[in-house]
Design a protein around this ligand. Structure first.
Ligand code: SF4
Length: 342
């Protein structure tokens, strides 16, 4: 394997050095066509968020590396390069699975020094991507967090979350639990192109309804908004309306950013599928990873009346409910005097 001997703990400290623990095995099965699972034993589970971060959580837990949801814009793609895997097709198809993560987490949460700070799940890979159906790591993780009275949040595109709603309801009786669903592409054809491994928009709307019916405030990340593809008033209006009807408690939206190797992966796809947009993207992203302030302003102004129309005004400050992969994708607050979320 190409990454034998690599220091897998380079970026999040949660993976073993393979030279010490080793990949237990690499698995391909007919049910997961084209995906290889690399099963490993991790040495730590909690990843500390840097002190200077403005994110509303201090720790993250990621049971997987890589994500078969395969979103073209995924900001986590470059993290796969630490494994000497590529940030494109390998990120989608070479998924590292931390088999022992629940046991390791439970041990870490029992330490006397643990302060029960908020833990976010879904910050770097989706905890309910298809692999979770095979490995069932989340029930153990949820159980460990609840037993230790640690507040936590989950962000996902995966409808498999529904399986764990009873467990999450039970956990919420003893600790604060926030659930967020990511749904930003309401056009099904476009969703299949942009997020080819994800459940359909309709399935995720049903999930929003199921989460709300289970008694949770379901926050929805309408993010990232993809310039000239999902940022029209018509698209956003239809999506906000559907989310409101499905019982979403709040929405957060912000434009796509393209950092590191994600940029080349996304723009390669754009050139193949939407060549007419390439020039406009050069204007938007030609000088960096973030859209210019004028675009951010335009989008904020476009979204504000839609929030009002669909009854989401009250949720504008509802950030804690959506500590999310895409929250991490917002540009650092230092870079712009404008709010990073709206
Ligand atoms: S954006 Fe989220 S769901 Fe999509 S590939 Fe990345 S981690 Fe997976």
């Amino acid at each position: 394997m190409r990454w034998n001997g690599q220091r897998l703990d380079v970026d999040d400290g949660a993976l073993p050095g393979l030279e010490r623990s080793g990949v237990l095995r690499s698995v391909r099965t007919p049910e997961f066509d084209g995906v290889t699972f690399h099963e490993v034993l991790c040495k730590s589970a909690l990843n500390k968020v840097p002190e200077e971060s403005a994110l509303p959580f201090r720790y993250t837990v990621n049971a997987f590396r890589g994500c078969s949801h395969a979103c073209r814009y995924c900001f986590a793609r470059p993290s796969h390069e630490y494994l000497e895997l590529d940030a494109g097709a390998d990120f989608d198809s070479q998924v590292v699975v931390k088999l022992n993560i629940a046991a390791v987490l439970r041990k870490e949460l029992r330490r006397a020094s643990w302060r029960r700070e908020a833990v976010a799940l879904g910050t770097n890979t989706d905890p309910y991507q298809r692999a979770e159906g095979r490995y069932r790591l989340m029930p153990g993780i949820i159980g460990a967090l609840a037993e230790s009275r640690t507040p936590f949040s989950i962000l996902t595109k995966g409808t498999l979350l529904r399986r764990d709603l009873p467990l999450l309801r039970g956990a919420a009786e003893s600790v604060p639990v926030s659930i967020g669903i990511s749904l930003a592409v309401f056009d099904e054809e476009l969703q299949k192109q942009l997020e080819p491994g994800t459940p359909s928009p309709r399935a995720r709307l049903d999930l929003v309804r199921a989460v709300a019916d289970a008694g949770f405030d379901c926050h929805v990340m309408v993010a990232p908004v993809i310039p000239f593809l999902t940022d029209s008033v018509d698209h956003l209006d239809a999506l906000f309306g559907a989310l409101s009807a499905a019982g979403a408690a709040g929405v957060t939206a912000f434009p796509m950013h393209l950092r590191g190797s994600t940029k080349g992966w996304f723009l390669g796809w754009l050139a193949r599928e939407h060549p007419a947009l390439v020039r406009r993207y050069r204007e938007l992203y030609g000088r960096g990873a973030y859209v210019p302030p004028e675009y951010r302003r335009m989008l904020a102004e476009r979204i504000a009346p839609l929030r009002t129309r669909h009854g989401f005004d009250h949720a504008s400050g509802h950030r804690d409910a959506a500590p999310a992969e895409q929250v991490a994708a917002a540009p650092p607050i230092r870079r712009s005097p404008e709010p990073t979320l709206f």
